[in-house]
Structures are given as C-alpha cells and as structure tokens.
Write a protein that binds this ligand. Sequence first.
Ligand code: NAD
Length: 485
Amino acid sequence: MTHPAQPKASHFINGEYVEDTAGTPIPVIYAATGEQIATVHAATPAIVEQALSTAKAAQKAWARMTGTERGRILRRAADIMRERNHDLSVLETYDTGKPLQETLVADATSGADALEYFGGLAASLTGEHIPLGEDWVYTKREALGLCVGIGAWNYPTQIACWKGAPALACGNAMVFKPSETTPLCALKVAEILIEAGAPAGVFNVVQGMGEVGGALVTDPRVDKVSLTGSVPTGKKVYAAAAEGMKHVTMELGGKSPLIIFDDADIDNAVGGAINGNFYSSGQVCSNGTRVFVQKGIKEKFLARLAERTGNAILGDPMDEATSFGPMVTENQMNIVLGYIEKGKEEGARLICGGKRADMDGYFIEPTVFADVTDDMTIAREEIFGPVMSVLDFDTEEEVVARANDTEFGLSAGVFTKDFTRAHRVIGNLEAGSCFINSYNDAPVEAPFGGVKASGVGRENSKEAIKHFSQVKSVYVRMGDVEAAF
Ligand code: NAD
C-alpha cells in the first residue's frame, strides 16, 4: 500500500504536479525507523527547462498585479497552512524525523508567519520622490525577476516559505529545489499557494541533487539565487552565481559561541544551552555549539545540564511526548558519531550521551563534552548533530577573542545579569543573529543571517525585501536639455 507521505508526483510546475520517471529515483527514508516511505525522481533537463520557462513566463504578470493583490494571496496561503498545521506537521516529521512536539509549533507555523508577514508588506513596497529644484528623481522598487531557492534538509517547510514568501511579495517568480534528503514538504507549500490563488508558475518545485541545483544556478534566465546549506556548497553556488552576475542570499553553517558568565541565572543558561544544541537533535545552523562557561560556575552548570539532558525523551517522533528525535539520515548519524569519537580521542571529558541510542532509527543520545579546548576538532568544525562542547574561560576579553576565532559568524549568545556587559559583549562578537539571555529564537520580524563564512544577505524582516528587489531611479527633467554641442 502506498504510504500517506508519498506525493502525487515529484515536481510541481505551472500549478500542477508533474512527473518524469526518467530522473534518478530518490528514496525518502523515515529516520525514526529506516523504512522507505516514498520515492521521488530527480529533475531531468526537460523538467528543469519546463520549470524555468514557466516561471519566467509567469513572473511579469505577477509583478504587474498590485502589492495588495499579491499580499492577499500570500495571507490566504498563511491561513490555509495554519488550518492544516497538524497534517503538515506530520508530513514534516516524516520528511525529517523531527518530533511532532517540535513540528507542530516550528515548521508550518513559521512558514505561515512568513507568508503572513510578507503578504502584509507587499502593498507597502514603494519608492521615493527626490526633488532637485525644478527637476526630480523618483525611484521604484522592482522585482528582480526569476529567483531560485535551494534548501537544506533541517527545515523543509520553513525554508521554502522563508524564501518563497518575500520573493513572491516583491513580484518575483521562484523555482525552489528542496534538499534531496527532504523532498516532500515544499510540494505542499506550492500546492497551498495555488489554492490560495497564486497564478500558475509563480512558485514551482523541482527535485534533485546538487547537479539540479547547479543547472538552476547557472541558467542565464535566473536573476537571483537564495541558498540555505553548508559553507562548501555556498562557496560553489556563490561562485557560479557571480559568473552570471546574479544576486545571492547565502544562509550557511556556523559554530556559534554561547557565553555564560558566572552571574547568569544557571537554569536559564542551561535552558539556552539545551535549546541551542539539542532542538531538532542539533540539526540547526545557528546552534550555540561552543558553550563558554566562566570557571566559577562550571561544575554547577555541568551538573544541572547533565540532569536536565537526562530528561530528554527519545522515542517515536509521532508521539507528542517525545522531545528528541533521530538524525535525518544514517549518513548524518555516522558523521556525528565520528565527531563524538574524535572528541573522546582528543581528550574531551564526556559528561553525558556519547553513543548511538539503543533503538530503531538513527538516534544519537544528546551528548555533552566538557574540558573542550579551542583546538579540538569538535570545537572547530560544524557537527550538525546533538553534540555540545563546553569550554572554560576566565575573563570577558579572553572569551570574546576566543569566540571570534572562527571562520563562521552566524549566531552568538550571552547569559549574564549585567546588561552593560551583555550589550558590550554582543557588540564585540562577529555574528549576524545574536541573543541576550535567550537562544535560537527566529521570529519573522527580525533579520536572520550570518557574517564571515556563514553567509551573505538576510532572511526575514524588512531586510529580506531588499534582497528580493532592486531600485530603479528615474531622472525627470522639466526644462530644456543643455548639451556641449
Ligand atoms: P548542503 O550544502 O549539502 O546542501 C544544501 C542544498 O544545496 C541541497 O539542496 C543540495 O542539493 C544543494 N546543492 C549541493 N551542491 C550544489 C551545487 N553545486 N549547486 C547548487 N546546489 C547544490 O547542506 P545540507 O547538508 O542539506 O544542510 C546542512 C547545512 O545547511 C549545514 O551546514 C547548516 O548549517 C546549513 N544550514 C544553514 C541555515 C541558515 O539559515 N544559515 C539553515 C539550515 C541549514
């Protein structure tokens, strides 16, 4: 019998599901059991062509609609997503393995927030009037044209909406390629947009591996590429986009610092460290995986952390009591287990976890290492799994320098009751998305994105509008033209 997660077809183009079984089959594996629940096919060159030409053709008329009309459609899509939150959350859990306890509140809901927020902004995208004596200049905020979105596997619904909503609000059309690991959810976003009244062709989904992503990025008709993925992929995609002088947004990886001063509320700091390392089983780009704890509170912090981490409930992700799910794939599990071994070999002290959980599926126990030093592999490389490194520090100056000593710069957090220090430390940290006495909040109203190798551009908030539109300026002369000859 067909599994309920099996989509009608692999791709969604020009308002309908489209199949081409000549494409490489991509199995969809449910991470909690290892069972294959669906198959999609990678886009063939014919499918890529169909998606790009459809989007290109649909974009102009979409951009000519008023912002109010575009916004109404996006807001209607937000309402539909919220009405179907339960079903969409179950699908997200099948796609990623993340527990329903999380997907019910973090995925379709976050996607709906983006659709609602950018739907609300769509009618306010205006230019300015610049008086120049008798003459004047006016500016227009225009769509970029045809945008490509490429997603990572940790938040398939959210990523499709975080890219699609601002792109469409500005009058662009989009071809979105989900991660080959989680191909299911973006199809639902495309379906819902059509149901909400979006014209066929303005939001299309094609499946495939990096090769399909590459074909989209290099196509001369594409004006902008927005990627969520790893730094190595980001470098390739950025370079390919530069070749065609395309706009880019790069949401890439991190190895973010979370700094806990000895005056911090210990339970809040432990809660921040748990949210910043174990939500989505650690598969979050902005995670604060280098937890710097001031020496005076180190053992107290570790004891409370171990105690609370012991309360994680590993189990069937569809059971709402489960608070900790599996790694997205067997391969990702093995990569993370490899890092855990490295941590042990290089002399870090294992506080809890440290191995694969004794159950079906790709579960790894939430793992904490203490006495981690800056040069250890687990302190330098992005692991993208539930492995927290706790490092000691003495002074503010020292910890800021060590926190910044990384190629990444996505996020940073600080826990302290001293607000002067909190703002000073955050001011000195090289990161794009920062937290004071909190960690990993991502409201649509706030810009999100990284500095240094962690990325270029911002998602969410009014900032995202700047990255999906461009300004045309028009000089208007009222008098005669003076010329030299
Ligand atoms: P990945 O880089 O392997 O793949 C990301 C996407 O890029 C996939 O859809 C993949 O098919 C595609 N791709 C791969 N090679 C390509 C190429 N040459 N041209 C075009 N597309 C190509 O990343 P992943 O393993 O899916 O996701 C994990 C990574 O994503 C982590 O590094 C994580 O930190 C990062 N991430 C960042 C954010 C953020 O917002 N900053 C959010 C989530 C994940």
